[in-house]
Design a protein around this ligand. Structure first.
Ligand code: HEM
Length: 581
């Protein structure tokens, strides 16, 4: 071929490529479409959307392009609509919930949506049969009606936490998460000693599912590298299998204990007693997953606001004093309980304002559209991710004047747009935008509200929360940063130092005494239960066997619906060997 021909061909190819690029550019930046930052063909805005503190960049764009309460952007072909106004979130995620309640796939998890029947992660599932039956079951376990059962667990764990803070205050971040984890392990398996592993496991999943986690969540094509060259997939296989095996070992352990009549009340027992027959849960694998996921989801979600409570109180000693005064007046020296809640509006206002000021799921959780739609004249294609940007909702100056600052009075004084009466009931965190929207709204609102009231109230009763003196720098305190956190889907402040000063020696001794008493009482009750069970004095519970003649410790796993079995689900034989069967 002559040089001239080659040159002409090259020019033609480059010309075609440029024309194609311009065509895609025009389509992506259609002046009649939704506003948003200028999109670059194929990559969208992946080049300038930081993985860290992503919500701040989304908010920056919201201030520029979000005058209608939403704007569009793209990342490596994935279409996003960022919702920045609560009214638009209501329209799209509540009024049009039927269209907009699916979830986007998370690349670095196997079958995160349970499209292929893995049935593992309720909050991440697509809007499918597994999600709907698991949501129904989970809802039944944590509705108000069953709350009465778990209040005792919260009081118990708060007392343990106060004692741990007195004895080892510097370890407060770990003991705070451990408290939240112990509450969930106790409720789920009647065993708070499982908390350490459960927290580790929750952290593993949280990291794996977050854009700031493995790089394969952002550079998704890397996930498809062959197994041998793919460290991300191999690591996830290990994490996933261990987590599932652990959940199943817990589940089977409860069933075996029930068979011996030695299992006290907990959600797993409740399931095996009642729901394994009545609900449409397919078998042990699904049951252990839905119950295990429930335990896991209540750890970092609650630990986040609790950590930020410490920050709020350190920065606002005047509000800390107001909370303490309120508790002292209402409770007359004893620890606050949930029955005191109607008379503790200042405590509730400070908790709610902490969650507004420092939301712990600042980006919100994405929904995905299931069909093409038109909203206010704008076309929204099927498969678009709708991100309800909580950071923007909670910084709306019309609803929250002076949004960057901590103002609990916005919930307590007439004249503020958010003020609501009666103060015996309001403020309440239930229904906050932070808990999401429509059919996917969080199922843990009551549990969170109760746990925060008990834990924050107990802290105020026992301690003055203060900055800590820096011995290396006399006259100075260790800094408590306001804006340093991780960037996972559920965030928490970076490690910092602070002081937990008991309000008096008498209060300190009282807190230690209360814990000793509670611990001894718990040990006695557990021992009495076992003695009664072993002597045949506890009525035996009818335990449904996994199949006729199948021992209670054997696992049943339904057939996985799709050929992608290997990628989707853990193999039964491997599970059985992992749980030692
Ligand atoms: C401050 C604490 C919490 C916050 C901020 C929070 C936030 C959220 C958000 C944003 C969603 C997604 C909503 C949506 O897609 O529109 C969600 C879902 C969910 N939350 Fe929470 N949550 C908290 C505590 C809890 C607790 C303590 C539990 C249970 C023990 C829980 C259980 C769930 C479940 C099961 C879902 C999945 C619902 C579904 O996909 O249908 N959450 N939560």
């Amino acid at each position: 071929m002559q040089l001239l021909t080659v040159l002409v061909l090259c020019f033609a190819l480059v010309g075609v490529a440029i024309l194609h690029f311009l065509k895609v550019f025009r389509e992506m930046n259609d002046p009649n479409g939704l506003p948003g930052p200028t999109q670059i063909p194929y990559i969208g805005r992946v080049h300038d959307l930081p993985i860290d503190f992503m919500w701040l960049k989304f908010k920056e764009w919201a201030d520029k392009y979000g005058s209608m309460g939403l704007y569009r952007t793209e990342m490596l072909g994935a279409k996003f609509i960022i919702i920045t106004d609560e009214k638009v979130a209501e329209d799209l995620l509540i009024k049009r919930a039927k269209l907009n309640s699916d979830r986007p796939m998370i690349r670095s998890l196997f079958d995160s949506k349970s499209t292929h029947g893995s049935m593992e992660y309720l909050p991440l599932m697509g809007r499918n049969q597994y999600w709907s039956r698991q949501r129904r079951l989970t809802h039944a376990y944590i509705t108000d009606a069953s709350n009465a059962q778990y209040h005792g667990v919260m009081y118990f764990e708060s007392k343990r936490w106060l004692a741990r803070l007195i004895e080892n205050p510097d370890n407060f971040q770990a003991s705070l998460e451990d408290m939240a984890s112990k509450v969930m392990c106790q409720l789920t398996w009647d065993d708070p000693s499982l908390s350490e592993y459960c927290t580790k496991s929750a952290w593993g999943l949280l990291t794996q599912m977050s854009p700031a986690g493995p790089i394969t969540n952002v550079l998704t094509p890397l996930w498809h590298l062959p197994w041998i060259l793919n460290p991300w997939k191999r690591a996830e296989r290990k994490r996933h299998d261990e987590q599932q095996a652990w959940w199943m070992a817990r589940f089977l352990g409860v069933r075996e204990k029930m068979g011996r009549g030695e299992m006290r009340s907990c959600w797993t027992r409740q399931f095996l007693e009642k729901n394994s027959v009545k609900s449409s849960i397919s078998g042990d694998y699904e049951a252990s997953s839905v119950i295990g996921m429930l335990a896991l989801v209540g750890i970092f979600t609650v630990a986040g606001p609790l950590s930020y409570w410490l920050v709020s109180m350190i920065y606002h000693p005047e509000w800390q004093a107001a909370v303490q005064r309120e508790i002292d007046e209402v409770c007359e020296g004893r620890l606050p309980t949930l029955a005191d809640s109607p008379r503790l509006p200042i405590l509730r206002a400070c908790i709610k304002e902490t969650m507004r000021w420092k939301p712990n799921v600042p980006t919100g959780v994405a929904h995905e559209t299931e069909a093409d739609d038109v909203y206010n004249g704008y076309f929204i294609p099927k498969g678009t991710r709708l991100l309800p940007l909580d950071w923007a909702f909670l910084r709306n100056p019309n609803k929250y004047p002076d949004p960057e600052n901590f103002h609990p009075e916005r919930w307590l004084e007439p004249g503020w747009p958010t003020y609501q009466e009666p103060l015996t009931q309001f403020p309440t965190i239930k229904g906050m935008s932070s808990f999401g929207w429509g059919h996917r709204q969080c199922l843990g609102m009551s549990l969170t509200q109760d746990e925060l009231l008990v834990a924050c109230g107990s802290l105020a009763w026992c301690f003055n929360l203060k900055p800590k003196r820096d011995p290396a720098n006399p006259g100075h305190d260790f800094p408590v940063p306001l804006d340093k956190s991780n960037s996972l889907l559920i965030i928490k402040p970076d490690p910092f130092q602070m002081a937990f000063e008991p309000r008096s020696e008498a209060r300190k001794q009282e807190a230690l005494r209360l814990w000793r008493e509670a611990e001894a009482d718990d040990e006695t009750k557990r021992a009495e239960f076992l003695t009664a069970a072993r002597s045949g004095n506890v009525p035996k519970v009818e335990v449904k066997r996994p199949g006729p003649g199948v021992p209670l410790g054997v696992l049943t796993v339904p057939a996985v619906s799709n050929a992608k079995k290997q990628d989707v689900c853990i193999q039964v034989s491997r599970v059985n060997s992992m749980v030692g069967l």
